[in-house]
Ligand binder design. Sequence first.
Ligand SMILES: [Zn+2]
Length: 272
Amino acid sequence: MPSPYVVAIDPGHGGSPTSDPTQLWDPGVVVGAVMEKEITLDLAFRLRTLLRRERVKVVLTRSTDEYVEISERWNRVHASGARMFVSLHVNAYDGDSSINGAAVLYPKPDSLPFAQAIDAGLAQALNRFQIQDDGVVTKPELWVHSDIPTATVEPAYLTNPRERSLLLQNDFRDAIVMGIFQGMLAADPQIEQTRIQIAHAEAAAAAQRQAEAASAADAARTATATRWGLIIGGIMVLWVVMRTAIRRAVRTPQPPPYRRRTYRRRRSNGKL
Ligand SMILES: [Zn+2]
């Protein structure tokens, strides 16, 4: 079976206050009751669903409300063998709620084509929501150790009222992850090729299993026939033995001993 294509997704921020005051936590941008860390985790799950349908193996840097250091997040990405990496966030601009739009950040020039592909997918998917495409922006301080195509996605502003209300809607969240997903497919044709290879290998394995099941059924039929042959043969032998035994046990009455009869020729004076 071909090994799956691996994608790493980082749901930005995470963690809640606990009884331990030394435990760090990070909700990200908070506007009213809306927290960035919850939106990013939900987006990660939705994106994972799309990728899994494409037979991609998805590794998340966190899958719960957990505080994870950036260095630890990168360790998890690196250990996964991922071939591309997307970090999910939502944007904020303090002091000006009119600031809006979608942007994709990338750490180094070698991630630029990947960031552009993600941005193009996102721009297309969010077009019907009138989200302005702010394009790609270099951000060298983010993911400094990255050695695979890496992009940080900021699909909308939580500080912008219109975009905030969109961010609370399912269809907008689905559009965000669809845009990222389309960008990933465009960035590396290997995702699609690996899916086809896996599908072919699975079909071949299924055919093999079917053939094995059919030959096992044949063998079972033969075994059943043999068993019936033995049973019937056994019954016949038993019948012969029983019949012989019964015949011996039940003595048939012997005819009375032969009695010699003497016939006396009657004289009849010469006349018969
Ligand atoms: Zn963030």
